[in-house]
Design a protein around this ligand. Structure first.
Ligand SMILES: *Cc1c(COP(=O)(O)O)cnc(C)c1O
Length: 371
């Protein structure tokens, strides 16, 4: 018998689709023949201002890169407690919020268990669930992108009513503000969903940009809630990979056993601490981006073929009317402006535009008028 090592792979992994990332910045810069500083990158919701100047200084001055990180991230967790308004013992730093998503799926899902996803939304929930052999039950958002609370309830309760039901629903992923629609999940709806017998993961990657308050402290009152936050968006260090989960104590006990001891690297820790020491900078950048979001949305509404959606995040989703959204994306790309394009259920013929600097907005809008 001929032995192929690939026969040893877990079966459910061989059917996974390959994750399609956006084309790297440097590659596009070369392909377009434009230097990176002339590319208007509005496709991945990064912060165009980058981190506070103090972050670069702290990284340059730090002298202990040869020493392993503190596995318990004691100093960072204390600083995060002050920022997020919850005790340090409820906070777990991670290699991006994405790492927390991976941990949560692997902690809760056996092959055959299910998550509830509310598309259109962030793609990593279904990606990580499938890595664990989980099923993804899609409960589509309603027109206007609100969560279909009644349909979620029905799906969770149907699963809970029958303990032998296959698949068993373990996690409900919610995102507020939602990516890519920018929609806020109201308090009363979250409260209803938290009453269900399911683990609720509330992804607050964009919460700093919202005109509503974070629900981080709800974790203290709900033992089935985890809130995820990140330094990638408002704090401007997406490239360094730093996020955190706010978790009930019983789950923290499990995560301490489960996590990679050195999951958060020293550079990310130094940068995170420096960001948290200069909250005045962080808040002023967030205000600048919120003001620019208002201006961008108003300008997009003047483009005859675009229908911008209201947004609580640092991006604006637009329906494209009467022409192909992919053509619009490509025409912008040829002129050095990058936006995200969608053509899938619920996001048929859409583009998503991240909020940039005012001069980037001006170049974008000028180009949208010209093409
Ligand atoms: C960008 C994003 C994240 C990723 O956060 P990282 O900390 O960079 O891993 C998580 N959730 C949503 C909804 C996002 O858009």
């Amino acid at each position: 018998m001929i032995f192929h090592a690939n026969q040893l792979l877990r079966e459910n992994l061989t059917t996974l689709e390959v994750y399609t990332p956006i084309v790297p910045f440097e590659v596009l810069s070369r392909r377009l023949g434009l230097p990176p500083d002339q590319i208007v990158k509005l496709d991945a919701n990064e912060n165009p201002y980058g981190p506070a100047p103090a972050v670069g200084e702290a990284l340059a001055e730090f002298g202990y890169y040869h020493i392993y990180p503190d596995p318990q991230q004691t100093e960072l967790r204390e600083a995060l407690a002050g920022y997020a308004g919850v005790p340090a013992q409820n906070i777990l730093p991670a290699h991006g919020a994405d790492e927390m998503l991976d941990y949560l799926c692997r902690l809760f899902l056996r092959p055959g268990d299910a998550i509830i996803d509310c598309p259109p939304t962030f793609g990593m929930y279904s990606f990580d669930a499938q890595l664990s052999g989980g099923y993804v039950i899609d409960i589509w958002r309603k027109a206007g992108y609100g969560v279909d609370v009644e349909a979620v309830k029905a799906a969770v309760l149907a699963s809970a009513a029958d303990q032998d039901s296959v698949p068993q629903v373990k996690i409900l992923f919610l995102t507020s503000p939602n990516n890519p629609s920018g929609t806020w999940l109201p308090d009363d709806e979250l409260a209803q969903l938290l009453a269900l017998p399911v683990m609720v993961v509330l992804d607050e990657a964009y919460v700093e940009f919202a005109n509503y308050a974070s629900r981080a402290d709800w974790v203290l009152a709900h033992d089935n809630l985890v809130v995820l936050r990140t330094f990638s968006k408002a704090a401007g260090i997406a490239g360094l990979r730093l996020g955190y989960g706010i978790c009930p104590i019983w789950l923290m006990d499990e995560l301490w056993k489960f996590k990679q001891p050195y999951n958060v690297n020293v550079a990310a820790t130094v940068a995170g601490l420096a960001s948290l020491r200069d909250l005045a900078y962080l808040r002023s950048i967030v205000e600048t981006l919120k003001t620019e979001r208002t201006r961008l949305s108003a300008l997009l509404a003047t483009i005859p073929y675009l229908r911008p959606q209201p947004s609580e995040a640092n991006f604006v989703l637009c329906h494209v009317d009467g022409r192909d959204a992919l053509d619009v994306k490509r025409s912008l790309e040829q002129r050095g402006i990058l936006v995200r394009h969608y053509k899938k259920p619920g996001l048929d013929n859409c583009i998503r535009i991240s909020v940039g600097r005012p001069e980037q907005t001006d170049r974008l809008v000028e180009t949208l008028r010209a093409i």
